[in-house]
Design a protein around this ligand. Sequence first.
Ligand SMILES: [Ca+2]
Length: 185
Amino acid sequence: MVNPRTRFFGGLGALILAGTFVPAPLTVPTAADGAVTLVADINLQPPAAATPSEVAGFGGTVIYAGEETVHGKELWKVDPVSREAVFVRDIRPGGQSSSPADITVAGALAHFVADDGVHGRELWKTDGTSGGTTIVKDINPGTSGSGPVRLVNVGGTLYLEANDGVHGRELCAVRRMQISYGTET
Ligand SMILES: [Ca+2]
């Protein structure tokens, strides 16, 4: 059974990603009449835009990629009740952006694609805390990213397309933190 909160915020993500309204700063409809209110203004150094994107419902919070001038575009979450925005982790330290994308919830974790400046664009996971935000695997070893795309949760297993540098772009499955390729599963 789908959790109503998950359903609501999943819908919210789709609403924002569909470009229904300008996603900066992050706003949500708070009433049945469709009224939209400011949830959190994370950009403390205007005129740069906060430009929230890649929004997903996660464990009763809204997790998203938000950009401000100190950290660049990194992972944030906001409590829809307290409206407090919490910085999750500066994955790419400093003003450069890790640019989290394709946030996909699977079980108790949200998976996403980011570039920490060391491994290239690779698959990451978070439990919503800084310490719990880590790379899943350096699928394409070294500085070249595997470029994961098309993340999807099917029955608790995360599937994605990535290039490990050997097999080309292949379908991968993430099970118990191990990544398998195509028929190798
Ligand atoms: Ca950064």
